[in-house]
Design a protein around this ligand. Sequence first.
Ligand code: MG
Length: 271
Amino acid sequence: MRARRESAATTSRPSEQPTVTPGFGPCGTRRRPAFPLRTAPGPVGSRRRLGRVTIMRLALFDLDGTLVDRTAAFADAIAGLCRDHRYGPDVEAWLLTRLADHADRSDFARLRAEFGLGESAEHLWRVYVDRMAAAVTCRPAVLHSLGLLKECGWSIGVATNGSSDIQRAKVRATGLADLVDGIAASGDIDVRKPDPRLFELAAARCGTQLTAGDWMTGDNPETDIAGGHRTGLRTIWVEGRLAWPEGLTVPHHRVTNVLDAIDHLLTHSPG
Ligand SMILES: [Mg+2]
């Protein structure tokens, strides 16, 4: 799997890099040096430093289907797990169906009971976590664009529904850990998006509080976009995987690719 990621890195096309106007920085302002990004949490509605006001923005992202390609990794991980344990096609089909959208430890307890497997549910979950971490990827162009976003004064957080261990394993394995200021996984507090408390936890993990002008980007209309609206965030929907439900409040912006979402955020960078 490492070879696959390295291959992806070497085949990244220049056209995937964000466009920067000559003489100007990626933030839409004159190029300037990167500056320290973290500030202590301040009162709601402001992020201040001593001496002068530093306007910072918080960009929250969903993980699966937004920053990383879970779908592509999933089939590889299941195939590898079944190969490791010499499970037949019936087990593989069960896993591919039951874990298609979401997986946690309890799924492997059910698998074990269904097929009378000898391995413990905890062992199978660990193998699945390791296999997913090895298979999942974040495109080099996305990592590059997130780096630009940080240079332009944004804090970057991840708000994700999923177990803490597997979501953090993906963030580490893809290189996102070097760029993300804080992660809130629903498994941390047993609260899932669209509950505003998960977005608030993501902000806290970034060392700040939610403020007017912060954004949420994700591929799920209900959990990411409706949840973001309910929390008072501006929202970007990465369309493609899920249909937009009739009657749901529309996002502030919609894109077909997370790179375009980051470009949009760059145009709203702190001035
Ligand atoms: Mg998603």
